[in-house]
Design a protein around this ligand. Structure first.
Ligand SMILES: C[S@@+](CC[C@H](N)C(=O)[O-])C[C@H]1O[C@@H](n2cnc3c(N)ncnc32)[C@H](O)[C@@H]1O
Length: 241
């Protein structure tokens, strides 16, 4: 493999590897927290606002580990998809010999993250692949217009679980033939009552992509900013695991 980072730029910020990065919802929050962010996604992501590599995330990570270039990084965030029939992932995994048509990238991701020796995060929505729910974040914790509950497994570091606040109301939209109004929009799908692109951008705190798929795949940057701040605070005080 050719070296990916041949020139060591003068950069005092710690480097974060953002795997399965999509358009950078997670990456942007880590950048706000103080990291220099490098993203990897199997699909072209021209809206990704930081250094971007189009590649299979796990091959990319394995290469960084085997060449020693992983040492350039201080932290790894991962958002592996876990969808039966997800065309991108299934194709990749069949090509890589990592499984059949029902793909769960989380176990392989975790194995490689452990091999990296770095502190890491694995992010998953409720009801998807099994991860430890060390931290669960909700949009209401950050006064957002989405709930967007997300679970985070923390490897080689820990954080205090924040209390889950009471929701202000319901998620706006149609359910079982009935329309419900409420202070939150549904950041998924495209059906009746679903938010417009500007509503979705405002609710998520994302203004650099107007691609619905990228908005509905993202976590709000406020979530990863919280994680990044928690990690960097520990590192600075010498409390990280
Ligand atoms: C849930 S989205 C990530 C969202 C992102 N963390 C954010 O906050 O904006 C999952 C991404 O994984 C990408 N993906 C799927 N299989 C992949 C693979 N094998 N390697 C790299 N990226 C992959 C998809 O293209 C998609 O953009």
């Amino acid at each position: 493999m050719t070296h990916l980072f041949p020139i060591r730029r003068r950069d005092d910020r710690p480097w974060l590897l953002d795997l399965f990065c999509c358009a950078g919802g997670a990456g942007t929050g880590y950048n706000w927290a103080g990291f220099t962010v490098v993203g990897v996604d199997i699909a072209p992501r021209p809206n990704y606002p930081f250094t971007f590599h189009q590649a299979d995330a796990l091959t990319f990570l394995a290469d960084l580990i085997s060449t020693g270039e992983i040492e350039r990084f201080s932290f790894i965030h991962t958002s592996p998809p876990c969808q039966a029939g997800c065309a991108l992932t299934v194709g990749t995994n069949q090509a890589m010999g990592w499984g059949g048509t029902h793909v769960d990238l989380v176990p392989t991701t975790r194995t490689l993250l452990e091999a990296s020796g770095l502190p890491y995060v694995i992010e998953q929505p409720n009801g998807k692949a099994e991860i430890r729910k060390d931290v669960t974040l909700c949009g209401e914790m950050f006064s957002l217009g989405v709930l967007r509950h997300r679970n985070f497994e923390l490897g080689r570091w820990s954080a205090t679980r924040p209390a889950h606040p009471k929701h202000r109301g319901r998620v706006r939209g149609w359910r079982h033939g009935e329309f419900f109004d409420g202070p939150y929009v549904a950041a998924y799908g495209n059906g009746g009552g679903k938010p417009s692109i500007p509503e979705l951008q405002a609710a998520m705190g994302i203004d650099w992509t107007d691609v619905r798929e990228e908005l509905t795949e993202a976590i709000p940057p406020a979530f990863s900013q919280w994680l990044g701040n928690a990690f960097l605070t520990q590192t600075r005080t010498g409390a990280a695991a």
